[in-house]
Design a protein around this ligand. Structure first.
Ligand SMILES: [Zn+2]
Length: 309
């Protein structure tokens, strides 16, 4: 990526990309590192690049294990070059800043080549997600069914169906606009990697590639995935006070309205009573905040409910 600043006035910021071509067949675009502090995806794609045998595939794999490489090298969610969140930068701008240019490269150059897109995320330093695939609803029934079929093949315990609450500036939205089947995935979190999450992502990707006809490998069948959807952002829990986040639930838990979710404990006044907080709806915890000390208003729990398509 060409970007002139004080650090590299006339150089480039390298963005790693691998293209593995086998016999004629469909193209899968596999992306990770849109957010730079989510390392499960970059590790999974790096393993895949090392392991895949071009003679065994029918099609083409375009893999970017660190699309937002300035953010990945800095281990931070947003780009240190312009402060932008790449998953709020689509469709991008070829004449914009670094993040806009990277988003435009995906939309203008790579998406038109793709028959399938998989975008790997996780909670990063700030949050922990229940392992889930993300699939967009669409008025195009064939596209929506293709999205759901890939989510089922991925085989995560949850499939988060993106509807009205899908951000229109995300890669999911860009793929939807381009009419290209796509799933994203949330693979735990914490800012590092977890071998179980990496193994699950690898198996999920392979099942998707098999479903697309790109690889022909005997793989364990996917477990059924529970379809969930955001009912309202008002279902989420935000910190009612500033202090220690004493959490009494985990990502993936099924919870009930009125259930104790935890306490905020003051470090300013140790004799203050802890502030309890409760779930306000029945639902499933899709993600929770991963910070031990929170400020009033921080997201503590993201709630979804079961849905049908
Ligand atoms: Zn992310």
């Amino acid at each position: 990526m060409r970007w002139s600043d004080n650090a590299r006035p006339l150089g480039v910021y390298p963005v790693p990309i691998a293209c593995i071509v086998g016999k004629p067949g469909p193209t899968a675009l596999l992306v990770a590192g849109v957010h730079g502090d989510e390392f499960e995806g970059p590790v999974t794609l790096s393993q895949l690049i090392a392991d895949i045998d071009p003679t065994q595939i029918e099609g083409r794999l375009i893999m970017l294990p660190a699309i937002n490489s300035p953010a990945v090298l800095a281990s931070q969610r947003t780009s240190p070059l312009d402060g932008k969140n790449m998953n709020r930068a689509f469709p991008g701008d070829p004449d914009g800043g670094p993040t806009d240019m990277l988003a435009d490269f995906i939309v203008s150059v790579l998406l038109p080549e793709a028959d399938l897109v998989i975008d790997l995320h996780a909670g990063g330093k700030a949050s922990i997600f229940a392992t889930s695939a993300l699939a967009s609803r669409s008025e195009d029934k064939n596209l929506m069914q293709a999205n759901m079929n890939f989510a089922a093949a991925f085989g995560a315990p949850l499939t988060w169906v993106l509807g009205a609450y899908n951000d229109t500036r995300s890669l999911n939205a860009a793929a939807l606009n381009a009419g290209v089947p796509m799933i994203a995935a949330e693979l735990g979190g914490g800012g590092g990697t977890d071998p179980k999450q990496v193994a699950q992502a690898m198996m999920g990707i392979k099942r998707c590639l098999a479903h697309a006809g790109i690889i022909n490998e005997a793989l364990p069948e996917a477990q059924p995935s529970l379809l969930v959807e955001t009912r309202s952002s008002a279902d989420n829990i935000y910190a009612p006070a500033t202090g220690l986040f004493d959490r009494h639930f985990a990502a993936g838990d099924h919870v009930e309205a009125g259930q104790l979710a935890g306490y905020i404990r003051s470090l300013d006044r140790l004799d203050d009573a802890p502030v309890p907080f409760h779930f306000t709806v029945d639902g499933i915890v899709l993600a929770h905040g991963n910070r031990g000390y929170v400020s009033r208003g921080d997201m503590l729990a993201m709630l979804v409910c079961e849905t049908v398509i």
